[in-house]
Each structure stands twice: as C-alpha cells, then as structure tokens.
Design a protein around this ligand. Structure first.
Ligand code: ZN
Length: 234
C-alpha cells in the first residue's frame, strides 16, 4: 500500500441517498489507516480516528472509544505521515482559519489529510442523531444538535477534497473535532483558534470501496450531490 493513499468506505453519494448500512467493521477500517473521520451504521453520530484509536461523538457531543466490531457506512482514512508541520498564531474567525489552510495547500487539485492540534477560543460543532436507513442525509442533518465549546484544547482531524469530485467525498474541507481528553467533540461548523500546530499530508492516491450491499447495488443516483452536501455538511 502507498504511504499516501486515502481510503474511503463508500462514496458520499451513497450517504446522501441514506444508505447507512455496510458490513465494514472498524477492525477492517484500521487496516487502511490510523487517522480519519466518518460516521456509524444508522448514521449514529460522528466518528474521529486519531493515532489509531476511533471515537464515537454522540448527538450530545460526548465521546467514547469505538469497539473494533462496530460498523461504518462512510469513512475516509489514511496512515497519517505529514510532510509539513507549521505553527500558527491566532485565527480569530472561521474565514481566517480557512484562508490559512488554502495558503498551506500546494495545489487545490490534490487530496490532503490535515491535523490541527491547538488551543481554541471556541469550537462550534454538530452531531447527527441515529437515523433510519434510507432517510436522505439532508433530512437527517435537519435534526442535528449543535454545540459550542469555549476555551478548549483539542485536535481537528480532517481532509481536503478537490471540488471536481463532489459525488465521491465532501468537496473542500471536512473536519471533526475531539478534545485533548477524548471527552467531547463533533463535526466542525466553525472555530476560533488561539494558537495551534498544523500538520499536512498529501494523498495522491484514492482507494474507493464500493459497498457490495443490496441497497447500494439497487440505488438510483439522481441527486445533485454538490447541492445536498452544501446543505448537509456546512
Ligand atoms: Zn462530518
């Protein structure tokens, strides 16, 4: 396996259609990475994997470690080996944060894994509630719960995906946050960073798993993926 391969459990299209069941266990996912984000079967919360350990971020924002037999319908993962590490000072709003990331990426046409360890003035997250299979993602995220964590130290785990592949993965940046004690977190909606360390890895190869499930084999992909992602993930 390439050192810079990004692995995906399924294309984001399948999640947009509400296909929240696959047989992929976390034991299998960990064969493809020690770093990643995603969700659980039945869209049961947000997932973050850091240094080889996976955590479940529940709808109330609380975190617990995931057992290897649990399953995921959607996750992106890689073996995190950053090629650059940079310290960054205060970034007082989400726009400045995203601008800095844009400056750090050598090209918008690559996949990247990004890790930011930092002290945050605020982290704004959401988590999705457990949702019945076949419920479109935009309907599920309408019931998401948001949280704001003030003065918190922790890690953002995420990926950048080029804009030309919106049916494969969330285009642009997609981060999940977990605090340094692994007690709380969620899908990132915004943040204010006091100071942090940004680690960056280029992923120039993608291994896309297509789920061999009846749901997936029979689905008709007719949605506008880019539009649904904008509604569901931002
Ligand atoms: Zn997410």
């Amino acid at each position: 396996m390439s050192r810079n391969e990004l692995f995906m459990v399924s294309p984001i299209n399948a999640i947009l259609e509400g296909l929240y069941e696959t047989p992929m266990t976390f034991a299998e996912l960990k064969e493809h990475g020690d770093f990643g984000i995603g969700t659980f079967n039945d869209l049961d919360g947000e997932m973050v994997m850091l240094d080889g350990r996976a955590y479940h971020l529940d709808v109330d924002g609380s975190a617990r470690e995931v057992a290897d037999h649990e399953k995921t319908p959607f996750a992106a993962a890689c073996f995190f080996r950053p090629f650059s590490v940079e310290e960054t000072g205060p970034l007082t709003d989400s726009k400045k944060f995203l601008n800095l990331l844009d400056i750090c990426l050598p090209s918008p046409n690559m996949l990247y894994a990004l890790r930011i360890d930092g002290d945050f003035a605020q982290v704004h997250t959401r988590s999705v509630p457990r949702t019945r299979n076949h419920t479109p993602l935009v309907e599920a995220t309408a019931l998401q719960k948001e949280r704001k964590f003030d003065r918190i130290t922790g890690t953002l785990v995420g990926f950048y995906t080029p804009k030309f592949m919106p049916s494969v993965n969330v285009p642009g940046y997609h981060f999940h946050f977990i605090d340094q004690d692994f007690q709380c977190g969620g899908h990132l909606l915004g943040c204010r960073l006091n100071h942090g360390r940004l680690s960056l890895q280029i992923c120039n190869q993608l291994l896309l798993n297509l789920p061999m499930t009846l749901d997936y084999l029979g689905v008709d992909f007719t949605r506008n993926a880019a539009q649904d992602i904008e509604k569901a993930e931002r």
